[in-house]
Design a protein around this ligand. Structure first.
Ligand SMILES: Cc1cc2nc3c(=O)[nH]c(=O)nc-3n(C[C@H](O)[C@H](O)[C@H](O)COP(=O)(O)O)c2cc1C
Length: 166
């Protein structure tokens, strides 16, 4: 539970770059996620160029933190060759969460940016990266070392009213 409890959405970052080794570790975490029939529908784009991050930040007011983030990982659904297509969204969410958890374990701040289900965000990403029709944007994760260390604070959200024991 330690890393799960520490993870919080972080939206203010130091300019310190994230090494390629650490970024690859986050991709490894994503690709260890469970997926329906082990179909692994994910594709990733790792963005570290400040000019690109600036442009993506303008796709939505909710993406503003990308202006100061040293990196972002975009998660994309590859619809070609899916064996359980209706499950792909769930697979992608599991992969996104794995990145957040490994980022926390690495001392990085992270924030899940919602893309799928918001056509204007999906189209902006599709156009910017010139994605082929079989590839669909799902989410983005803003990444960076946090300015404030206390961001990793535990907030207990356990609520027994939401649970039915049978
Ligand atoms: C599907 C999804 C979409 C989200 N989209 C955004 C977003 O676009 N911008 C943002 O700043 N945070 C976004 N978040 C982060 C949530 O606001 C955050 O997880 C929530 O407020 C709980 O806070 P915590 O992550 O610190 O526990 C998103 C989270 C999820 C799961």
């Amino acid at each position: 539970m330690e890393v799960i409890n520490k993870r919080r959405s972080v939206r203010e970052f130091l300019s310190t770059p994230i090494s390629k080794k650490v970024l690859e570790q986050l991709l490894r975490a994503a690709m260890q996620a469970p997926s329906a029939k082990n179909q692994q529908p994910w594709r990733f784009i790792v963005v570290t160029k400040p000019a690109d991050l600036e442009k993506i930040a303008d796709f939505s007011p909710s993406f503003k933190m990308l202006k100061t983030a040293p990196a972002a990982i975009l998660l994309l659904i590859d619809h070609s060759n899916l064996t359980a297509p209706t499950m792909a969204i769930q697979d992608m969410a599991a992969a996104t969460e794995n990145i957040l958890l490994e980022a926390t374990a690495q001392g990085l701040g992270s924030c899940w940016l919602g893309v799928y289900g918001r056509p204007e965000r999906m189209e902006a990403i599709r156009d910017f990266f010139q994605l082929s029709p079989s590839i669909e944007p799902f989410s983005a994760v803003a990444l960076g070392y946090p300015i404030k260390k206390e961001v990793f604070s535990f907030v207990d959200r356990f609520d027994s009213n939401r649970v039915t024991w049978m």
